[in-house]
Design a protein around this ligand. Structure first.
Ligand SMILES: NC(=O)c1ccc[n+]([C@@H]2O[C@H](COP(=O)([O-])OP(=O)(O)OC[C@H]3O[C@@H](n4cnc5c(N)ncnc54)[C@H](OP(=O)(O)O)[C@@H]3O)[C@@H](O)[C@H]2O)c1
Length: 325
């Protein structure tokens, strides 16, 4: 038997239950991973609350983890029992001691990367890869605005942007979070609880504004984010921490300067085995070269998954959070 978190109805953290199940045997093309660490991500909260519908209820939760391959299904070529691996996509159910998923979503870990680090950064780091390297292939020298710069994805983005020679202006909600983002390489920070974001961006850029805005906050920041862009700039709306952006009149893009907008997701970029291998390889290179380091600022037991989600949703976390089965 193995422990897993499941939820039978959507709602607050109280809907999460820790139960014991017989782990699924891997079918053709699948592997079972014995998790050493599980990554906590905001998307887990969207599934728990029902903003993103789980395919069925009761459902497992979580898509990110790292550990050791314990069983291999028929036809799996690239993995063997005992391999150290990580994953960030696939069926819900990573909040568990063991998780069975398609092997094509699983990558082998280099010796230098431990399982806790991998679980803390694979989903977030692959996301930063596609946002900075693919959605808008930054060349260096651009100015970008990044909301939630001291968070899990944000902490990696600050470091990666610095490595690319990009000026990242990060928004944060406290002086402590500002200091953290700056330590990670943010060129400047704006504390949106005391400062006007658009005015500060105008000052910091000498009126030029930003080439790209990366907005994972959603509802609360949509319009101010558009106001931080240059003419023909790109708005990348990639999350809903404050709720989804709804009821948009597309004409606003014209009024605010012939802007572009995209609403991307990791599954739209790491969509083939080759893409996943390439993106994970570049992320691992960034870690191994020390250009990106992962700050695991919170650790919880699996049983404390609800508490961990409550802290993430309540803006009381910085960097990455992992659950330890
Ligand atoms: N589309 C994709 O492929 C993709 C992939 C990964 C993550 N994401 C998105 O990226 C975002 C960051 O994910 P994460 O797991 O790294 O979380 P996180 O950034 O560690 O935590 C969310 C942060 O958002 C800020 N925030 C602003 N308004 C908020 C509100 N109303 N409620 C809660 N937080 C608010 C808070 O920072 P301050 O206190 O500084 O405001 C908070 O710490 C999420 O929106 C997530 O959905 C998208």
């Amino acid at each position: 038997m193995a422990k897993r978190i499941q939820f039978a109805r959507t709602g607050g953290p109280e809907v999460l239950e820790l139960i014991e199940v017989a782990p699924a045997e891997p079918g053709p093309g699948e592997v079972t991973v014995k998790n050493q660490a599980v990554g906590l991500n905001f998307i887990d909260i969207y599934f728990r609350t029902g903003l993103y519908p789980a395919p069925e209820l009761p459902s497992g939760l979580g898509t990110e983890g790292a550990g050791t391959v314990e069983a291999v299904g028929e036809g799996v070529e690239h993995l063997a029992v005992g391999d150290r691996v990580a994953y960030a996509q696939g069926p819900l159910g990573a909040y568990a001691e063991r998780h069975t998923l398609p092997a094509e979503k699983v990558v082998a870990l280099p010796d230098a990367i431990d399982c806790e680090t991998a679980a803390a950064c694979l989903l977030k780091g692959l996301t930063v890869h596609y946002l900075l390297r693919q959605t808008y292939p930054l060349q260096g020298g651009e100015t970008i605005l990044w909301h939630a710069a001291a968070g899990g994805v944000g902490s990696i983005a600050c470091q990666w942007a610095r490595a690319l020679g990009v000026k990242l202006i990060g928004t944060v909600s406290s002086p402590e979070k500002a200091a953290l983002a700056e330590k990670n390489g943010a060129w400047a920070t704006i504390d949106y609880t005391r400062e006007d974001v658009v005015e500060r961006v105008r000052e910091l850029t000498g009126g030029e504004m930003c080439d790209v805005v990366y907005d994972s906050v959603g509802k609360d920041t949509w319009e101010l984010s558009l106001d931080c862009l240059k003419k023909r700039g790109l708005m990348v709306s990639f999350g809903n921490a404050s709720g989804p952006v709804e009821g948009v009149n597309i004409g606003i893009l014209n009024q605010k300067g012939s802007l572009y907008v995209t609403r991307p997701s990791l599954n739209g970029y790491a969509d083939t085995r080759e893409q996943l291998e390439w993106m994970a390889g570049e992320l691992f290179d960034m870690l191994e070269s020390g250009q990106v380091t992962i700050d695991i600022a919170q650790r919880y037991s699996l049983a404390e998954a609800g508490e961990a989600q409550d802290a993430l949703q309540g803006r009381r976390t910085t960097g990455s959070t992992i659950l330890l089965p």
